[in-house]
Design a protein around this ligand. Structure first.
Ligand code: NDP
Length: 240
């Protein structure tokens, strides 16, 4: 049975990804950080295994991934999805806002991937999918920290793809546009209206639309696709 780990997999985009991989026949471990209530409800609804740790904490990732492997088996699919925002104009941004976003969105690429890469290389198979953002591609006012972290995810993806291409491991990045999750629901209504007005398809994306792409990238059929940066944003980036 193929084992997949989805970080931030108990709600939002990650939950849809976890369900999509489960539907594709994978054994899925979904991680979360603090929202125990949501995680327990998700576990009860889906039967998906849930694990709690901070993806920005290296020791916690080593321990957590060791536990997943011991309980479910070797990890051959990793979806680095967990992410946060701490928005503010850069001239008012604190170093704490910067550090928190970089830790969760970018340090996690190291802390989560480093413990599983050796096993994937030894077994000659792996799928790593990193969730970046449209704002890592184009930059976003009020998100210097988040844009920097998400752009970093793209560079990491391209380097790791090259290093592991001959080992049967593919590494790809998905850059979602605005998707209807709690992260986007937190954006002020007026700002959200103007964002939607700038999306050519005229609506927010659905988490399931990201999950479908993720399921493809995790499949054996996607073995020739690596180092790719896939935009899925209702046409927004090309429009701006
Ligand atoms: P949500 O805020 O809905 O969910 C975030 C998930 O990440 C939760 O499961 C949360 O756990 C988990 N998480 C947060 N911090 C940590 C941490 N330190 N350690 C472990 N888990 C953590 O986010 P979305 O579903 O909207 O976003 C998912 C990904 O997609 C993120 O990387 C985001 O940046 C990216 N993205 C989202 C877009 C959107 O429009 N929604 C657009 C482009 C990219 P808990 O429930 O315990 O808090």
């Amino acid at each position: 049975m193929t084992v997949a780990v989805v970080t931030g997999g108990t709600r939002g985009i990650g939950a849809a990804i976890a369900k999509g991989l489960q539907a594709a026949g994978l054994t899925v471990a979904a991680t979360y950080h603090g929202n125990v209530e949501k995680a327990e409800a998700f576990k009860a609804e889906t039967g998906i295994h849930v694990y709690k740790w901070d993806v920005g904490d290296e020791a916690a990732c080593v321990e957590g991934l060791g536990k997943v492997a011991a309980e479910l088996g070797p990890i051959s699919v990793l979806i680095n999805n967990a992410g946060i925002t701490r928005d503010g104009m850069f001239h008012k941004m604190s170093f704490t806002q910067w550090r928190e976003v970089l830790a969760t969105n970018l340090d996690s690429m190291f802390t989560m991937t480093r413990p599983v890469i050796d096993g994937m290389r030894e077994r000659g198979h792996g799928r790593i999918i990193n969730i970046s953002s449209i704002n890592g591609q184009k930059g976003q006012m009020g998100q210097a920290n988040y844009s920097a972290a998400k752009a970093g995810v793209i560079g990491f993806t391209k380097a790791l793809a090259q290093e592991n291409a001959r080992k049967g491991i593919t590494v790809n990045a998905i850059c979602p546009g605005y998707i209807d999750t709690e992260m986007v629901q937190a954006v002020p209504e007026k700002v959200l209206e103007s964002i939607i007005a700038g999306i050519p398809v005229g609506r927010l994306g659905k988490a399931e639309e990201i999950a479908a792409l993720c399921a493809y990238l995790a499949s054996d059929a996607a073995g020739f696709m690596t180092g790719a940066v896939l935009t899925i944003n209702g046409g927004q980036y090309i429009a701006n």
